[in-house]
Write a protein that binds this ligand. Structure first.
Ligand code: C5P
Length: 240
């Protein structure tokens, strides 16, 4: 059994698990940036990497989802960037029901909120503070390796063919009792990825020094092993 470590940064509570036998008592800090497309598996991968290396994890998409859900609840005009930034600054991240943040509508609204430069600025410091913890951290999102942590020790770009990603997302929706067709999910992924890729500020992009992991043909265990091989290579290089 591993040891649960609860950390609080701002209003964010993070539970990390130290569960790997070879963990060094005081390993050098390591920032791991995991970016990628929608439903590519980056969130699951980030959680597994966080547990394996005993590093705190921040799901940065949750910040944009919480901003959007909060704005929708308050009736904030998404066209009013000052008001939207104020919502982002005042987020109480502990106050959200996780299920409310995970709906397809919250995801769509999050990508609209994320295209507002003032919202991105309002959330930037929180992410950088999280990343600069003494031991390091794992952050997953769309702009971690390019904007939030351009000097991250490890950068991974996670992607898969859109039809494979759509199959995974459809399975989740159907399991949650939501009535979607495969083509609707493909259209949803294409639309959201296009908005994230084409926005002017911090567009979703693979950093030039990020290692691509195509999760299409991989199980999650295989993707974790692939990512761990990249991380271990960097650790060995840094420690020798
Ligand atoms: O990853 P997730 O689907 O939760 O992200 C929701 C939305 O938040 C994304 O579609 C994207 O628009 C935005 N996002 C972002 N930058 C990040 C993380 C998420 O723009 N670092």
């Amino acid at each position: 059994m591993g040891t649960h470590i609860f950390m609080t940064v701002g209003s964010l509570c993070v539970d990390s698990m130290l569960d790997f036998p070879g963990a060094l008592a005081h390993p050098p800090p390591m920032i791991i940036a995991i970016d990628g497309t929608l439903a590519s598996g980056k969130g699951t991968l980030a959680r597994r990497i966080s547990a394996r290396y005993g590093l705190p994890h921040m799901d940065t998409g949750r910040l944009y989802r919480a901003t959007a859900v909060s704005a929708l609840r308050r009736g904030t005009d998404f066209g009013d960037s000052d008001a939207m930034a104020e919502v982002a600054r005042r987020l109480d991240l502990g106050s959200f029901d996780e299920a409310d943040l995970r709906t397809p509508e919250a995801g769509q609204a999050a990508s609209k909120a994320a295209a507002i430069p003032a919202v991105r600025s309002a959330l930037l410091e929180l992410q950088r503070t999280f990343a600069s913890q003494p031991g390091g951290a794992v952050l997953d999102g769309r702009d971690i390796g390019t904007v939030i942590c351009p000097d991250a020790d490890v950068k991974l770009w996670i992607d898969a063919d859109v039809r494979i990603r759509a199959e995974r997302r459809l399975t989740e929706y159907l399991a949650a009792g939501q009535d979607w067709t495969f083509e609707q999910v493909v259209a949803q992924l294409d639309e959201r990825d296009a908005r994230d890729r084409n926005r002017l500020t911090a567009p979703m992009a693979q950093a030039t020094d990020a290692v691509l992991i195509d999760t299409g043909p991989l199980t999650i265990d295989e993707a974790v092993e692939r990512a761990s091989a990249v991380i271990d290579e960097v650790r060995v290089r840094r420690e020798t």
